[in-house]
Design a protein around this ligand. Structure first.
Ligand SMILES: [Zn+2]
Length: 231
C-alpha cells in the first residue's frame, strides 16, 4: 500500500494531484512532485472530509478520493492473476459507443476512475473494450481495480467485446447468449490477450462464466485461449 507525503514523487503523485483537483478545484499543477501546494491541498481535503489532518495521503484519504485502497493505483502494484473476458450483452450487429457504456455503468453505480487523457471521471468497469470493427479501446488503467467480476476485481483485468446476444429481432434476445464476435474482434481479443499475457506471466485466461452463473462472454474463453496459457 502506498502512502504519499511531502517529498514523494512520481506517477502516483500525479494521480493524487489529478484526484484532488477534481475533488476540490485546487488547481494543482499535475507535475508528480508532492510539494507545499499539494501538501496544503491534502490537508484542506482532509479537513473538509473529517479526516485527521496530517498532510499524508494514506488509505483513508485515498478512499475519500474515490480509490478503494491506495495499492490499487500503483503501477505494477496490483498482482494480476486473471485476464477475464466479457461481452457487453448487447444485440448482434449493433455498435455501442464507449460513452454509452460509461453512462450505463455510471447508472449502475460502478466505481469511477480518472481517464488519463481527459482527466475526467469515467465509470466503465472494464479495462479494455473491443469494438465490432476490432478497435481496442483502453478504458480503466490497468493499475486501477476494475468493476466487472464480483470477488475477482482486485487481481484481474477485464476485457469486453461489444455484443454477446442474438439480434434484437429475436424474441427475448437479452435473455440469451450468442457468440457474436466479428472476425476483427476475434483477432483483436487474441492480440490483446497475448500482449497482456506477455506482461502478466502468472495470469490465467477466463470467461466471466467461470466465476458466475452467467453466459458471459457467450463462448468458452478458457478452452479457446488455452494455447496462450500453455505457450
Ligand atoms: Zn461479464
Amino acid at each position: 500500500m502506498i502512502t504519499l507525503k511531502k517529498g514523494s514523487r512520481g506517477s502516483e503523485v500525479k494521480t493524487l494531484q489529478t484526484a484532488l483537483n477534481l475533488a476540490g478545484s485546487y488547481g494543482l499543477s499535475v507535475d508528480g512532485i508532492f510539494g507545499a501546494k499539494t501538501d496544503e491541498a491534502v490537508r484542506d481535503f482532509q479537513k473538509s472530509n473529517e479526516l485527521s489532518v496530517d498532510g499524508i495521503a494514506g488509505a483513508k484519504t485515498w478512499s475519500k478520493l474515490g480509490y478503494e485502497t491506495a495499492d490499487e493505483i500503483i503501477p505494477g502494484g496490483r498482482t494480476i492473476n486473471k485476464l477475464i473476458v466479457h461481452c457487453t450483452a448487447t444485440p448482434e450487429g449493433e455498435d455501442y459507443s464507449i460513452d454509452s457504456i460509461d453512462n450505463s455503468h455510471k447508472a449502475r453505480n460502478f466505481s469511477y476512475y480518472i481517464d488519463p487523457d481527459t482527466k475526467q471521471k469515467r465509470y466503465i468497469g472494464y479495462h479494455y473494450i473491443i469494438l465490432r470493427d476490432g478497435t481496442i479501446v483502453r478504458c480503466r488503467p490497468e493499475n486501477v481495480r476494475g468493476c466487472h467480476t464480483i470477488n475477482h476485481n482486485s487481481d484481474s483485468i477485464g476485457i469486453s467485446y461489444i455484443g454477446g446476444c442474438p439480434p434484437r429481432s429475436v424474441k427475448n434476445w437479452n435473455m440469451q447468449g450468442k457468440d457474436t464476435r466479428t472476425d476483427a474482434q476475434k483477432a483483436s481479443i487474441l492480440t490483446l490477450l497475448k500482449e497482456l499475457k506477455g506482461r502478466y506471466k502468472k495470469a490465467g485466461i477466463y470467461g466471466h462464466r467461470d466465476f458466475a452463473a452467467k453466459a458471459c462472454p457467450s463462448f468458452d474463453a478458457r478452452t479457446e485461449y488455452k494455447d496462450i496459457i500453455n505457450g
